[in-house]
Design a binder for this molecule. Structure first.
Ligand code: ADP
Ligand code: MG
Length: 310
């Protein structure tokens, strides 16, 4: 048994988009290991290189440089084994409109050389909640159903590693919960290693044991979710005053801005000061509070912080 599901070293990707178009360095030398059995989050803003990385792991995009080992198999030396160990749910809803869900699963199983006797289309259809749509044409399926079918397709060859590229971008809450339930189940019951990309920090926070953050083709952070969140201790206390304040609160380690809706946004770092101190600064400024809420740091803040300190 390998301990790392994925081992990536010095990974680079340069896209040549056209004869006279400039080259695009989408990945600038990435080293990354993913522990077998974990749920791993690959985070980054749009254009960071997440899909490129995932598609390289899956053997769908050719790398320019570096080495990639999937489940212990070097991608260049053992392309067949390394492909067989990984299943991908892509970001794009690329489904053949003329296949039914059952047909699409059977074709996919055929592509991966799964013998008829070992196929489990019924079980997969059941898992992704498409049993009653098994014989419907893909073009009649809703966006959510298509996404579920893509998850099913990623599972036909029972891969050890499941990779999901922005599985919940733009999906409704019900589907999101179903996808998460499925992912947790695959991880807990089959020990499947899960790698997913997302730009929702809360989602990564809730689901992932470990997180890597990439920005403009480079790795800017790689840690356990708990450690990373400890770093991301930026908080914001939003105060709605009874009346427009004459003076703004001020104190050490808080930064106050006035918002268009009349609210006062008090930014601080949890390791430097407390909400109590921020609130006393408000009281000291003679401001009566009508309402108050807190805002967590979002991924945007985290990026600013990480790219500034890098
Ligand atoms: P992400 O998934 O993090 O949004 P991508 O991996 O899709 O990022 O893209 C990384 C960068 O590579 C972007 O600047 C994107 O425009 C560029 N890129 C992606 N695919 C291609 C391609 N086929 N040809 C040229 N450039 C591409
Ligand atoms: Mg992408």
């Amino acid at each position: 048994m390998t301990q790392n599901a994925i081992e990536i070293q010095g990974l680079q990707k340069t896209y040549q988009s056209g004869r006279n178009a400039p080259e695009k360095n989408a990945l600038k030398g990435i080293d990354l290991d993913v522990l077998a059995g974990s749920i791993f989050g690959l985070l980054g803003p749009n254009g960071a290189g997440k899909s490129t990385m995932i598609n390289i792991m899956a053997g769908l995009v050719r790398k320019s440089r570096g080495s990639v080992r999937i489940w212990g198999f070097d991608q260049d030396e053992n392309p067949r084994q390394s492909r067989a160990a990984i299943g991908v749910m892509p970001q794009e809803l690329n489904l053949d409109p003329f296949f039914t869900p059952r047909g699409a699963l059977e074709v996919q199983a055929g592509l991966y050389g799964v013998p008829k006797s070992q196929r489990n289309s019924d079980e997969i259809l059941d898992m992704v909640g498409l049993t009653d749509k098994a014989e419907a044409y893909a073009r009649t399926l809703s966006g959510g159903m298509r996404r579920r079918l893509l998850l099913g397709k990623a599972l036909v060859h029972a891969p050890q590693i499941l990779v999901l590229d922005e599985p919940t971008a733009g999906v409704d809450i019900e589907l999101r919960q179903m996808l998460w339930a499925n992912i947790r189940k695959l991880n807990a019951e089959r020990g499947m290693t899960i790698i997913l990309t997302t730009h929702y920090l809360e989602e990564a926070e809730e689901m992932c044991d470990e997180i890597a953050i990439i920005n403009q083709g480079s790795l800017v952070a790689r840690d356990s979710t708990a450690n990373l969140l400890r770093q991301m201790d930026a908080k914001c206390l939003v105060i709605y005053p009874m009346e427009p304040p004459k003076t703004l609160p001020s104190a050490k380690n808080i930064h106050v801005t006035r918002r268009n809706d009349g609210a006062l946004a008090i930014a601080y770092h949890a390791n430097e000061t407390t909400a109590e101190n921020a609130l006393s600064a408000v009281r000291d400024a003679g401001i009566a509070i009508r309402d108050v809420k807190t805002e967590q740091a979002d991924l945007e803040d985290v990026f600013l912080k990480l790219t500034r300190s890098a």
